[in-house]
Every structure is written in C-alpha cells, then in structure tokens.
Design a protein around this ligand. Structure first.
Ligand SMILES: Cc1cc2nc3c(=O)[nH]c(=O)nc-3n(C[C@H](O)[C@H](O)[C@H](O)COP(=O)(O)OP(=O)(O)OC[C@H]3O[C@@H](n4cnc5c(N)ncnc54)[C@H](O)[C@@H]3O)c2cc1C
Length: 529
C-alpha cells in the first residue's frame, strides 16, 4: 500500500471522486488502476482565502507498487505501514482488578483488562447512560439536580454530554490514540473520526457508544455496579486491599489488591475522603472564566471567506493570548454548533461547559475563554486549595443567577450593568438561564486579563468582542484541581493503587483520558504477569 500526502481538492466537489482523479494524475496512471483508496487524514486549508482547499493524505492499493516508490519523480509518496496497537495477551489470574469510575479513563482501562481476561469489577456512582440522559434532561428542564446523575457523573463520565471532540496533543508512539478511535468506531461512532483532522462524535452518538462498550466488558466477564459510589479505600500496611462502596444506602466492601482510581475532576467529596485517608496529592494550577457565544456565520466568514462559508463544516478556532506577563488566557473546549450547558454536580454551585450533537446544528458557536489561576487565588500548599477556590466561584455563579445559568452580553459586562435582552442573536443553551452581572464572580485582576485577551482576540477574529456576544458563568472545570502523583509503575505510594485519567491530573480530554486508562491497564497487566 502507498501513502500519498498533501492532495489538494476543492471542497465544493465530491471528495472521493476528486481524490481518485488527483491520485491517478499524481501516479500517472488511469483511475481504473487504483484498486482501493482510503482517506487517512483530511484537513481544511483556508490560509489563502478566497481559495480554500481540503488537504488529504490517502492510502492506495495498486499493482506493482514498487515502481512508484522507486520513481524519484513522484513526490510525497511512501510505503504505508499502519501503526497497530498490540493488545496484551490473555492471562489467567484469580485477581479481579477494581476500576472506580466509568468515564473514558475507567472505560478503556476496564475494556483492556476485560480483553486480557481479568474480569474487572467497575464501580460507578452514576447511572447507565440511557437513564442518566433522562436525569440530565430533567435537570435542564426543572433545575433540580441529582448529585449522582448529571453532566459530570454517570456512564461515560464527563465526556458523554460533550461535543465529543477527540483530538489530543498526546504523542502516539504505540498506536493508543488510533486504538481509541478504532474502538469508538467498532462500538458505533461514525467512521470519519478515523480520518478527520478534528474528529468529533457528539452527545447523541456517544451515549450509545459508551453503552455498547460497557456491554462488551460485561460479555467478557466484567461486572459494572452502577449507583455505587466508592466511599473509602481499604488500605493495610501501605497496600491497597479493596474499596468500600455505597449503593442506595447499603454499604459493601469490594476486595482486590489492584484498584484503578479513575474518578474524574469533579468528585470533590471523593478527593476530600482521599485526603483524609492521607493519599498523597497536590493542588494544581488550572484556568477559569466564562463561556462565550457567537453566531457561527460570523466565524465561518472570517475563517473560510464568503465563498466557502456555509459549504464547509462549521468552523472552530483556538485562541491564546498573554495580555499580561503572569496570566495566560485561552479558548477552551470550543463547540461549533453547540449548546452552553449547566454542567453542575454540587447543590448550590453552578458550572457551565459546552456540548454538541453529531450534527452541530444548534445555530451558535460557543467556547470557554479562561484565565490561568494559581497562587494568586488560592494556597498551592493546601492540596485542596484549588478545589476550595472552584467551589467559591461556582457558589458565586449560583448566587448570581439564583440557580440558573447567569448570562450577560459582553458590552454590558464591560459596563457592569445587567443585560435586559439578547442582541442580534439569542443564546443556545441547555438548562435555565437568567441575566445577571457576572462581574462580582472574579477578582479585578482576572477581569482585566479577560478583557485584555478579548481585545487581542478581536484582532484575530474581527467581531469576536462584539457587544452582543453572550457570556455565561462560570467555567471552572477546565482540568482537575488536584494531582495524585504516581511512579513509573503507575501506582501511587499505596501499592496496588493506580491514579488514572483527568482526576489524577494525567489527562485533559476524552482521548487523552482514554489513552491514560490504556496505559494504566497495561501497567497493571504487566504487574500481574
Ligand atoms: C460538558 C462537557 C463537555 C466536554 N467536552 C469535551 C470534548 O468535546 N472533548 C474532550 O476531549 N473533552 C471534553 N470534556 C472533558 C472530558 O469529558 C474529560 O476530560 C474526560 O471525560 C475525563 O475522563 P475521566 O475518565 O478521567 O473522568 P470522567 O469522565 O470525569 O469520569 C469519572 C467518572 O467517575 C465517576 N466517579 C467519581 N467519583 C466516584 C466514586 N467515588 N465512586 C464511583 N464512581 C465515581 C463519575 O461519576 C464519572 O463517571 C468535556 C467535559 C464536559 C463536562
């Protein structure tokens, strides 16, 4: 098979037909000689607007491929070798590892353990994705929060009610990233995530994908206990021997010398309990801010130009600014065609985030704009310092909106006055909203950093700081407030305890959390071998 890179095609034309033409021309053969053609990657190049192109890498099957590879006149081709992720071979062991949390990290570690024949026991405080979906809808409609079943907690973890963006900056020498994407496809995700430069699944599809994966874990002999919250670790002589859990008021012990802790970044009660149990942990720096909404046509026109806006998929952006030396400000979790969601998980506290369906058809684009925080805001020497700060600003957001998502137009935020109506476009959100002044939530320093960055972003995307851009507060779950350090064997100081995923500070998104789950499962399997 031959790989060919940098094939430019016109987005207005049929992609596959154009690629066949381009490949035939590149290799100087007739189209009929191409036995098969598969897209490996496709991105959009809009740097030379008004001309906009798809740039693709493809792999083609063709007879006698050596003649092309050896022809020095044909540029940009190479022999194609797929990076195959090697699964651990099955082992026979009486040990059944415990996995706490069924987010991407727990899901993938449990899946790998199940494939290795280890029949993991999974505890998840929330419900199955389909039941969880009903609770989340009820919360959006009524504002009544179920602290165990919400946008953060339940099957699939925080990633289930998300945009389902799957790109990651984590290096993939061993094919783990590709394995994650292929596994998602095997369990129902659209195949295009294998070749899109910015793959995305969407909440509507993710719900089915994570349920299918869990069913497979159970078919392989694993057990999943929903509505079961780990309340403490069972530790003897610095070694883990299991966990204590509670299911509908009934306490129960689950015993095992291997426990993967994949609890995500929002399980504050569990972090507090781990701290009481003297599990070593540190406060982390993270970032806080607001979610901002814009009409997508404005962004599409800026990024693609007038000719291609509306033809290409809704555009996304990534913005970074340093309005002052000590503060970084950046866009986070941009959701083209998405909704601002009430992503709270604690009574009396309010956090927002963004989600989209597969079709990204909401009508608005949203993204968080967040400012880095740390020593200036809380005591970094207090392991729970960042967590306490998160709670403080989420409480302030809850109070500002009386329990609803507090919103303010950008122009009114600058003028410190409560908005009275939307401007040229309305908000696309899930959960109840109200207008409120967002200024009291953050310090003057954070406000200045945010405003300074908005001026910088205006230069990159004209219209970005328009007066009627809609702010929603507060974006506070950008990453975990703690880190649970682990050694090269992936265990923390307690032997047999494997901190994993975003909650432990080793991931920052769906794919990186899934990849970390895989790494931890590999370490556990090799410890048993
Ligand atoms: C609304 C929203 C949108 C997002 N959009 C994206 C996106 O588009 N792309 C992206 O890459 N990332 C996105 N993220 C971030 C992403 O979801 C997380 O990075 C990822 O889910 C982290 O995976 P995890 O497995 O480490 O933790 P989590 O997904 O948080 O999973 C942890 C699980 O542990 C369970 N749990 C916690 N404590 C206990 C306990 N004591 N006992 C039993 N179970 C417990 C929780 O219920 C939860 O299901 C989004 C997050 C949110 C909230």
């Amino acid at each position: 098979m031959i790989r060919i890179d940098n094939l430019k095609t016109d987005p207005k034309k049929d992609l596959m037909a154009e690629l066949y033409k381009r490949v035939a021309k590149h290799l100087r053969v007739g189209k009929e000689e191409i036995l098969s053609l598969k897209i490996l990657k496709r991105s959009i190049d809009a740097r030379k607007k008004p001309a906009v192109f798809y740039i693709s890498s493809v792999v083609v099957e063709i007879a006698n491929e050596e003649r092309f590879l050896q022809n020095k006149k044909i540029k940009g081709i190479s022999l194609y070798q797929e990076k195959i992720y090697r699964l651990a071979s099955e082992i026979v062991s009486p040990v059944r590892p415990i996995v706490v949390g069924l987010g991407p990290a727990g899901l993938f570690s449990a899946y790998l353990l199940a494939l290795a024949g280890l029949r993991p026991i999974v505890l998840e405080r929330g419900k199955k994705a389909t039941e969880r979906y009903k609770d989340v809808q009820a919360f959006f409609d009524t504002g009544v929060l179920d602290p165990s079943s919400n946008v953060q907690f339940g099957e699939g973890g925080a990633g289930t009610f998300s945009d389902g963006k799957l790109q990651t900056g984590v290096k993939d020498k061993n094919g783990r990233n590709r394995f994650v994407l292929k596994t998602f496809v095997e369990f129902g995700a659209p195949e295009e995530i294998l070749w899109q430069a910015k793959p995305h699944i969407g909440t509507d599809r993710l719900i089915q994908v994570v349920s299918n994966m869990r069913e497979r874990i159970c078919e392989l002999g694993g057990e999943v206990h929903f509505n079961t919250q780990m309340t403490s670790l069972l530790i003897r002589e610095e070694k883990i021997c299991g966990v204590r859990g509670i299911c509908r008021g009934v306490e129960r012990e689950f015993l095992s010398p291997h426990v993967i802790l994949a609890i995500g970044h929002s399980a504050r009660d569990t972090f507090e309990r781990l701290y009481e149990q003297k599990i070593p942990m540190k406060a982390k720096e993270f970032a806080v801010g607001f979610r901002i909404e814009h009409p997508p046509e404005m962004l599409d026109r800026v990024q693609y130009g007038d000719v291609y806006a509306g033809i290409l998929p809704v555009s996304s952006y990534k913005l970074v600014g340093h309005p002052s030396e000590d503060r970084g400000v950046y866009s986070f979790c941009m959701c083209p065609g998405g909704y601002v969601v009430n992503a709270s998980s604690e009574e009396g506290h309010l956090a927002v985030n963004g989600m989209s369906n597969y079709g990204r058809e909401s009508g608005n684009a949203n993204s968080a704009i967040v400012v880095s925080v740390g020593a200036g805001e809380y005591d970094l020497d207090d392991p729970l310092g960042a967590l306490k700060y998160q709670r403080k600003i989420e409480k302030a957001a809850y109070e500002a909106g009386g329990g609803r998502i507090p919103q303010q137009l950008y122009g009114d935020y600058i003028a410190k006055r409560t908005s009275t109506s939307y401007g040229a476009f309305s908000s696309c959100h899930k959960g109840k909203t109200t207008f409120a002044d967002l200024n009291p939530i953050f310090s003057q320093e954070i406000r200045e950093a945010f405003l300074g960055a908005m001026d910088l972003f205006e230069k990159k995307i004209p219209g970005y700081s328009r007066e009627d851009a809609i702010l929603s507060g507060v974006e506070s779950r950008t990453s975990s407030p703690v880190r649970i350090p682990r050694g090269e064997d992936f265990m923390c100081e307690i032997k047999g305890l494997y901190p994993c995923g975003e909650g432990a500070g080793y991931a920052g998104g769906i794919t990186s959390a899934a990849m970390d789950g895989i790494k931890v499962a590999e370490a556990l399997i090799s410890a048993l071998n």
